[in-house]
Design a protein around this ligand. Structure first.
Ligand code: PEP
Ligand code: MG
Length: 578
């Protein structure tokens, strides 16, 4: 059995499948005879008791593994289980309506969630995530379903699931997950980005992988091609074994070019930097020869937890990264929550279009008390290395000015308290919204650099949801509209004497390197694994030749034509591309 999806993270792995079941539970509205009422109430009470035992068990496990503080998070879950109002409402409705308890409990729960989501009180709002989680556990007990969790995995497995939340993905490296495959998701979904960061082969957007694969099946995940093979024959296993050896050999050769300068044969120097999500990735950043960090995504700090990260906690992480990377620079991107990354602590009412909602800088400007904690931590850490800061999702000059005003307020506070920080720290804007790309000349007056976030720029300019596999074919980095926006941003930046980089996935695809080089891009920032190949292209192609190719590409009418053309040029100019 062979499934073809979307390549999310390169590499090949084979092993036993582990299905992580994260389906929405199907609940039927079933009538019950009056004589079964007592049985139904007993079933409910039993489910509450069993859920309580389940949570206490998790609490104990977490307390042993991570300490009591992390285990206390589950106290809030236990409180939900003991909520008299909720329990009494379920029982009184049971008696009145004579419907099965799953249905009534689910209905009462939905009302609670609805009410809590709308209140202004932050504390109550935070309870929504707890209620959802506990409610699901009780329903699973009632329906006799068990959810395996990542914590249950204690052997090397290939994880198969409908989707993985970024926080699930963030906890993967601690577990024995050697690859994963999901039904939904696109190339630049944060789950895919995280997989690449952790160097775990992954295929996403496979549509039916959870239906096709059974627990314990032998599977091969070919993350480079987005392929999953279920119960392969000996011949296939052997083929992939050879392919894996070949990839490992290639990696060794690639790493050899790590210490060579990143410069074109005619002398144009390019900054080649890495994207990271967690400080643990720094060894890989160094072993792949990055000259700094061009994007440090900080939102993973805020995920997978119910409290907010403190200033101290952030300060020590940023300081650690700054020190480890000295003398090279590190660009810290301020919080980019929303879109496909959510925070349980700040469970805000669901939005119809989260990618167009209160995301990234919009969230930070609406919650300056959270934003300031992060800015303070970054500024304090800037005394220990070469840090730069950039704001995500800037859509116009007003947002940029508002963010800078808050940054200046924080700087002033630190000066008053005589806390040292780098007064000359560069501040940049990510260009990932078409309105920003088109007004780059105006934005350039207020920043020291731009970094083009193509993952979002493509999604917003082509109106293609970056995580929707059904329309993935429309997600074209080389679409003429995208190319014109990129070219405009670089032109406007250079005219204002600021440097322009790119930190979206496009910067890591050799097929587009010559094109971007030709447009005059100053910095390429991408996952560490992509760096050696990008360097090989830059070291092989004259800047002058790249400019001509970029000019020619702009005369073509479709993304496909551009991609074919640039790939052809790549083959011609870098015939031995690894
Ligand atoms: C981008 O949008 O290109 C980007 C780098 O940011 P993120 O992928 O985190 O949204
Ligand atoms: Mg983005």
């Amino acid at each position: 059995m062979f499934l073809k999806g979307i390549p999310a993270s390169p590499g090949i792995a084979s092993g036993k499948a582990f299905i992580l079941d994260s389906e929405t539970l199907a609940i039927l509205k079933k009538e019950i005879p009056e004589r079964d009422l007592a049985k139904e109430i007993a079933r409910f009470e039993e489910a509450l008791i069993r859920t309580r035992q389940e949570i206490l068990g998790i609490q104990e496990h977490i307390s042993e593994q991570l300490g009591i503080k992390h285990a206390e998070i589950f106290n809030a879950h236990l409180l939900v289980l003991e909520d008299r109002t909720l329990i009494e409402e379920v029982i009184s409705r049971l008696k009145k309506e004579l419907l099965c308890v799953e249905y009534i409990f689910d209905d009462v729960l939905k009302k609670y969630i609805d009410v809590f989501s709308k209140v202004e009180d932050e504390y109550l709002k935070e309870r929504v995530a707890d209620i959802r989680d506990v409610g699901k556990r009780v329903l699973r007990q009632l329906l006799g379903k068990k959810r395996e969790t990542l914590a249950d995995i204690n052997e090397k497995v290939i994880l198969i699931s409908y989707d993985l939340s970024p926080s699930d993905t963030a906890s993967l490296h601690k577990k024995n997950v050697i690859a994963f495959a999901t039904d939904i998701g696109g190339k630049t979904s944060h789950t895919a980005i995280m997989a690449k960061a952790l160097e775990i082969p992954a295929a996403v957007g496979l549509k039916t992988v959870t239906k096709t694969v059974k627990n314990g099946d032998m599977v091969i995940v070919d993350g480079s091609n987005g392929i999953v093979i279920v119960n392969p024959d000996e011949e296939t296993i052997e083929k992939y074994r050879r392919e894996r050896t070949r990839l490992e050999e290639q990696e060794t050769i690639l790493i050899k070019i790590r210490d060579l300068p990143c410069v074109t044969p005619d002398g144009r120097e390019i900054d080649l930097t890495a994207n990271i999500e967690i400080p643990d990735e720094i060894p890989s950043v160094k072993s792949h020869g990055a000259s700094g960090i061009g994007l440090y995504r900080t939102e993973f700090f805020y995920l997978d937890r119910v409290d907010l990260p403190t200033e101290e906690e952030q300060y020590s992480a940023y300081k650690n990264v700054a020190e480890q990377m000295t003398p090279n620079s590190v660009i810290i991107r301020t919080l980019d929550l929303g879109g496909d990354k959510f925070l349980s602590q700040l469970t805000t009412p669901r939005e119809m279009n989260p990618f167009l909602g209160q995301r990234a800088i919009r969230f930070c400007l609406a919650r300056p008390e959270i934003f300031k904690v992060q800015l303070k931590a970054i500024l304090r850490a800037s005394a220990h290395g070469k840090l730069k800061i950039m704001y995500p999702m800037i859509s116009g000059i007003e947002e940029l000015l508002a963010a800078n005003t808050i940054l200046n307020e924080v700087k002033e506070e630190l000066r008053e308290k005589k806390v040292s920080f780098d007064e000359d720290m560069q501040v940049g804007a990510m260009i990932e919204v078409p309105s920003a790309a088109l007004t780059a000349d105006i934005l350039a007056r207020e920043v020291d650099f731009f970094s083009i976030g193509t993952n979002d720029l493509i999604q917003y300019s082509l109106a293609v949801d970056r995580v929707n596999e059904k329309i993935a074919y429309l997600y074209e980095p080389a679409h003429p509209a995208v190319l014109r926006l990129i070219k405009n941003v670089i032109y406007a930046g250079h005219k204002a004497n600021i440097w322009v980089g790119m930190c979206g996935e496009m910067a890591g695809e050799p097929a587009f390197t010559i094109l971007l080089l030709g447009f005059g891009l100053d910095e390429f920032s991408t996952s560490p694994v992509n760096l050696p190949r990008i360097k090989q292209v830059i070291r092989s192609v004259e800047y002058k030749a790249a400019q001509k190719i970029a000019e020619e590409a702009l005369t073509l009418s479709t993304g496909r034509e551009v991609e074919e053309y640039t790939k052809e040029k790549l083959k011609e100019l870098v015939p031995n591309l690894l």
